[in-house]
Design a binder for this molecule. Structure first.
Ligand SMILES: [Zn+2]
Ligand SMILES: [Zn+2]
Length: 111
């Protein structure tokens, strides 16, 4: 498989991102926005699919809160169900947090 120009430049903003091809031709930032757009479309269609690892998206109005905005809500980083008030539409919605862990092990050094 050979990679050419389009594989290393974002088709949305034109920024160089050597892994753009992994994200369907988008740089990391545009890929996030692209996914957010899809979430907002699903809300408009009446079947909210708000699953995201980048944003907490209000299922009523599509308002997205990024990691930076969530610093004030440390409980959202804990596994389980939480409630959040949307500051855009004023409605309260439920947030399911799914925390995943990764482990890697190494042999102890021989002595
Ligand atoms: Zn881009
Ligand atoms: Zn909202």
């Amino acid at each position: 498989m050979t990679l050419d120009y389009e594989d290393h430049y974002c088709k949305m903003c034109g920024k160089y991102d050597k892994s753009a091809w992994v994200n369907g031709g988008y740089c990391y930032d545009c890929f996030k926005l692209h996914n957010l757009e899809k979430i907002r479309e699903s809300i408009e269609e009446g079947e909210p699919d708000t699953f995201s690892s980048d944003y907490v998206v209000c299922p009523y109005c599509g308002n997205a809160m990024s990691n930076e905005a969530l610093i004030d809500y440390p409980e959202l980083y804990e596994d389980g169900e939480h409630e959040l008030l949307c500051d855009e539409c004023g409605k309260t919605f439920e947030v399911d947090t799914m925390v995943s862990y990764n482990w890697e092990t190494h042999k102890m050094e021989d002595d």
